[in-house]
Write a protein that binds this ligand. Structure first.
Ligand SMILES: C[S@@+](CC[C@H](N)C(=O)[O-])C[C@H]1O[C@@H](n2cnc3c(N)ncnc32)[C@H](O)[C@@H]1O
Length: 285
């Protein structure tokens, strides 16, 4: 049984209601005429990557985290384990996909089994703030667009430092707050997308330093993400009729407003994205 901080049930609920889940992925594949008993990892890529920038973004994180054949990787906030399967399939890494949401973990495990990657990718349920792994169990840790849901990011980074071997690498991307992001806007982000705490780049640098990481680097992804968000909003609106038929007008309006709000915040420079990487402290000699 997972012991839980007060913000986490809201996050679990948000992903329990998420429009992309295992049954939806399998339905979409069947509609494409695929036999779900003979899938390959590539069949899933349109559905199982819940972050910005698609597979290219995962490849970039893999480079920053020095991931290659046999690398023991921890994916923190792994969702349906899409990035984890990509790292296993593309690089031959052995990946542990950790997620808080039971449905995400079960769905991730089933998708890995369906594409026969279950020996390289294991899905584990757990809280990023209390990693259920021994000291030095991993060579690399990654995370994509998950830490915004985690209240105590300092604790996550300390836990990552603990489970990484000395000299291991961490690389992650996340939403980033600019100083001008207002309290009311933060509250709406929390209500609408369970973004319980959005960090700043200097904040992440300080937390990583305090957790014992060195060689800290941060790249601004805001320009890239605003283009993606604008395209997604356009696509979402172009599918209006279908979405209203499937989910109803209220749900359509809710997501439409959420996207528009998001695009507005990023366009106004109040919210952005960053990719951050660092090295776990080497063993004391
Ligand atoms: C936007 S999804 C990203 C999934 C995945 N990284 C990807 O790129 O496909 C964020 C995920 O973070 C997970 N999450 C949120 N809070 C968490 C926590 N405290 N510990 C572990 N996972 C968490 C959610 O359940 C969700 O699956």
């Amino acid at each position: 049984m997972l012991s839980m901080s007060p913000a986490l049930p809201g996050v679990i609920d948000f992903y329990d209601r998420h429009p992309i889940s295992l049954p939806q992925v399998l339905d979409a594949l069947r509609r494409q005429g695929k036999d779900t008993r003979s899938l390959v990892p590539e069949d899933l890529y349109d559905w199982d990557q819940d972050h910005y920038g698609g597979l290219e973004a995962v490849e970039t994180l893999a480079r920053r985290a020095a991931i290659g054949p046999g690398t023991r990787v921890l994916d923190v906030c792994a969702g349906l384990a899409g990035p984890a399967r990509f790292l296993a399939h593309r690089f031959g890494a052995r990946v542990t996909a950790l997620d808080l949401n039971a449905g995400r973990c079960l769905g991730g495990a089933e998708l890995s089994r369906l594409v026969r990657l279950h020996r390289l990718v294991r899905s584990i349920r757990g809280d990023a703030q209390q990693l259920p792994f021994r000291r030095g169990a991993f060579d690399a840790a990654i995370s994509q667009e998950g830490l915004l849901h985690v209240p105590d990011k300092g604790r996550v980074l300390r836990e990552c430092a603990r489970v990484l071997r000395p000299g291991g690498r961490i690389a992650f991307s996340d939403w980033i707050a600019a100083p001008r992001l207002e309290d009311g806007e933060r509250r709406r982000l929390e209500e609408w997308m369970a973004a319980v705490a959005i960090e700043t780049v200097p904040g992440y640098r300080a937390l990583l330093g305090r957790a014992g990481f060195t060689a800290i680097e941060a790249e601004d992804l805001s320009g890239e993400w605003i283009q993606i968000l604008r395209r997604r909003l356009e696509m979402y609106r172009s599918l209006r009729e279908d979405t209203v038929a499937r989910l109803g007008q209220v749900r359509y309006d809710e997501y439409n407003q959420l996207y528009a709000f998001f695009v507005g915040l990023v366009g106004a420079g109040k919210l952005g994205g960053a990719r951050v990487s660092a090295t776990a402290a080497p063993a004391a000699s």
